[in-house]
Design a protein around this ligand. Structure first.
Ligand SMILES: Cc1cc2nc3c(=O)[nH]c(=O)nc-3n(C[C@H](O)[C@H](O)[C@H](O)COP(=O)(O)OP(=O)(O)OC[C@H]3O[C@@H](n4cnc5c(N)ncnc54)[C@H](O)[C@@H]3O)c2cc1C
Length: 425
């Protein structure tokens, strides 16, 4: 047994959520051990689109998405895909997802999403200077473009954002050309979100947070937590042995802590199940492809094509798509390649994939109501939950870390956490 007395809090998972959480707790003076089966930032947080997407206040379940569901089975490269063999596994999650399109649910979920989004960037603005990571984030806004002649759908989307209180500007073609000259004439107009930001490298941001955590005395262990068990003074984490490090005694395979935070992304429900909590967490896999050129100033999403292009330090990142296929299935990289065809319709000058950078896939951790699980475990003192950040993990990570820190330190929280509780299902 690892009996290091100073180890008080274990954070399980070193994605962007676990890293911000571990850093927050270590900065607050707690002694933290951060565990991850892989290296820091190796999961979904490594290759996301880098967009601090605070404008996305609408739940993912909507009538528009429901209309696309039948086509999902037919097009392996479409924006939304359910692999045929995974249909029955995903069905319970999808039924819960569909139940959320009721107008009363939509309103409640939009409120709960808006509360997080409104506080997300201020939390990053507090964290970035402390983490010496300000150069990795740019506050240049973002665009949502449309190719539809007449822009009827974009105009309706614009009204929805305005009604939701999001800061938006309408850009006709001339204004759009002035802002992003590299877009093709096929693009008819855009909505600008002037108050959002993007990172030029999500993985570098993870590594910077990790370095800060270690510099403050935080401890990292590259080990998988196989199981969580309540024990006399807290919790015992049974660990899978590291393959390349010889074990010198049975004690190295377990760790006892008095408090722990579950931030294990798309695998979090498995750890929660050890403690008797059943959480309907599903993986929404997404893909990215890096191009050779970097012609844009800020992130550009397409209303019709449902993907995003973000200028990053190693090129333009084309990212998006949702695939329900299970966390352990092999990625289908045709889904990444198709993003290049879309980009070349939107860009005036054709671009090509960067051969030095592999296409990438990551599993978004998603609950059917689009809200994260956030708060203290109701039946297990000392256990805290911070996962299920769906398409907004980068956006929310600094904020949910602050919230988790406040809970551990027993500080007063003004935020009502009831919409995010684990036993809401
Ligand atoms: C294509 C794509 C584009 C995206 N774009 C954006 C965007 O622009 N903006 C945005 O806000 N979000 C975006 N997201 C979503 C965002 O990336 C995720 O919400 C976020 O990365 C989730 O972070 P996480 O830390 O919860 O999970 P992860 O980054 O997946 O980290 C979880 C970690 O837990 C570890 N782990 C799991 N189980 C165990 C265990 N038992 N023991 C030890 N370790 C364990 C894993 O190894 C992993 O490293 C995008 C996602 C995708 C796929």
């Amino acid at each position: 047994m690892d009996t290091e007395a100073k180890v008080k809090v274990a954070v399980i998972g070193a994605g962007i959520v676990g890293l911000t959480t571990a850093l927050q707790l270590q900065r607050a003076g707690l002694s933290v051990v951060l565990l991850d089966a892989q290296g820091p930032g190796s999961g979904c947080s490594r290759g996301n689109a880098g967009h601090f997407a605070t404008e996305q206040v609408f739940p993912l379940a909507s009538i528009a998405v429901l209309r696309q569901l039948p086509a999902m089975l037919l097009d392996p490269t479409g924006p939304l895909r359910l692999r045929a063999g995974y249909f029955f596994k995903a069905l319970p999650w999808l039924l819960r997802f569909v139940a959320n399109v009721r107008p009363s649910r939509q309103q409640a979920l939009q409120r709960a999403l808006s509360v997080l989004n409104a506080q997300a960037l201020p939390a990053w603005q507090r964290l970035l200077p402390q983490a010496e990571a300000t150069d990795l984030v740019q506050f240049r806004g973002a665009l949502l473009v449309s190719e539809q002649p007449g822009l009827i759908d974009l105009a309706q989307t614009f009204r929805q954002y305005k009604e939701a209180g999001i800061s938006v500007k309408w850009l006709e073609q001339a204004a759009l050309r002035a802002r992003e000259p590299a877009l093709s004439s096929q693009v008819q107009g855009a909505i600008e979100f002037p108050e959002v930001a993007h990172t030029v490298d999500p993985y570098a941001l993870c590594l910077q947070l990790y370095q800060q955590f270690v510099a403050l005395g935080g401890q990292f262990r590259q080990q998988q937590v196989q199981r969580i068990r309540p024990c006399n003074n807290g919790y015992q984490l049974d660990l899978v042995p590291e393959p390349n490090i010889p074990q010198t005694g049975p004690g190295e395979l377990a760790l006892q802590v008095s408090q722990l935070v579950i931030c294990a992304g798309a695998a979090s429900h498995r750890l929660c199940a050890d403690l008797g909590y059943q959480v309907p967490l599903e993986s929404e896999r997404g893909y990215h492809l890096m191009t050779q050129s970097r012609p844009l100033q800020s992130p550009v999403s397409s209303l019709e094509r449902k993907f995003i292009m973000t200028p990053m330090q190693h090129g333009l990142r084309l990212a998006g798509t949702v695939e329900f296929a299970g966390i352990n299935s092999a990625p289908d990289y045709r889904r990444a390649s198709v993003l290049l065809k879309h980009a070349n319709q939107l860009l005036a000058e054709p671009t090509s994939a960067n051969p030095a950078l592999e296409p990438w896939a990551g599993n978004r951790p998603s609950l059917p109501d689009s809200l994260p699980v956030l708060g203290a475990a109701p039946r297990h003192p000392g256990v805290y939950l911070n996962f299920g950040h769906q398409h907004l993990g980068l956006t929310w990570a600094a904020l949910t870390a602050e919230i988790t820190g406040a809970l551990l330190l027993r500080q007063t929280l003004e935020l009502d956490l009831s919409p995010y509780r684990i036993d809401r299902f």
